[in-house]
Design a protein around this ligand. Structure first.
Ligand SMILES: [Zn+2]
Ligand SMILES: [Zn+2]
Length: 243
């Protein structure tokens, strides 16, 4: 199965990264809808599109307002947004409020449960520690699994939730030297994420949601990290991962 990274920055876009969005084209699943969401159009191959939101900070939802263009002349029968009930309210009433957007929200919404099923895929959610309600997702197919964890202070509290997944996509907004900012803003530093991935025995780890001011080859600060993880992937916009 192929995962496409469509937006790999947190907070705001920079010259090379849009904000949080990734997609499993064969499933019609999109994880978060930051500004990278406009790229969903290029990967749409299913009649139904499912968007899973972690929370409603703008770097995760602004792209929902691009749906008119994303769907233009595409044979998509339905779009369903999955999120916490209070987040669905914010999307409907605020993000798509008439002062912010000219066309009212007219897509399906589905409040998430701790465990549910979408298109035959087992989906689980886990509360995260971001200073505002935020959830991680785990998707299990009969022969593979994926976890998507952003935005959060990294902690072993959810090690069991991600345990043994084939691919863990985890935020890494800060290098270790900016730990005070991670604590302040509810984000992760790289060494904590690497340690968690080892403890939870995930098979592959992909870091994403990078601080947009850190624009070099190593926005996560891997070269300064206290530990390592074999084959860790530093996501870039346009990266595709087969798992
Ligand atoms: Zn974010
Ligand atoms: Zn956030």
């Amino acid at each position: 199965m192929r995962l496409c990274m469509l937006g790999t920055a947190g907070y705001h876009p920079n010259e090379t990264r849009h904000t949080a969005c990734c997609m499993l084209p064969s499933q019609g699943f999109v994880l978060d809808a930051g500004t990278g969401f406009f790229r969903v159009r290029d990967h749409l191959v299913t009649p139904r599109l499912h968007v899973f939101l972690t929370h409603v900070h703008l770097d995760h939802v602004a792209g929902l307002t691009f749906l008119l263009d994303v769907l233009w002349e595409k044979p998509v029968e339905s779009v369903t947004v999955h999120a916490l009930p209070e987040h669905l309210d914010v999307v409907r009433k605020q993000l798509f409020g008439s002062l912010l957007f000219p066309v009212e929200f007219r897509y399906r919404t589905q409040p998430v449960q701790p465990e549910f099923e979408v298109e035959g895929v087992r989906v689980r959610t886990c509360p995260l520690d971001h200073g505002t309600p935020c959830i991680g997702y785990r998707f299990d197919w009969p022969d593979r699994s994926l976890a998507y964890v952003t935005d959060t202070r990294c902690s072993e509290r959810y090690a069991d939730f991600v345990r043994g997944v084939d691919l863990l996509i985890h935020e890494c907004n800060f290098p270790d030297r900016l730990r005070h900012l991670a604590d302040l803003t509810g984000h992760s530093v790289v060494s904590d994420v690497l340690r968690l991935a080892r403890k939870a025995e995930v098979r592959r780890l992909c870091l994403t949601h990078f601080n947009p001011l850190l624009t070099g080859d190593d926005p996560a600060g891997l070269d300064q990290a206290e530990t390592s993880f074999p084959g860790v992937i530093v996501a870039a916009d346009g990266l595709q991962i087969d798992f």
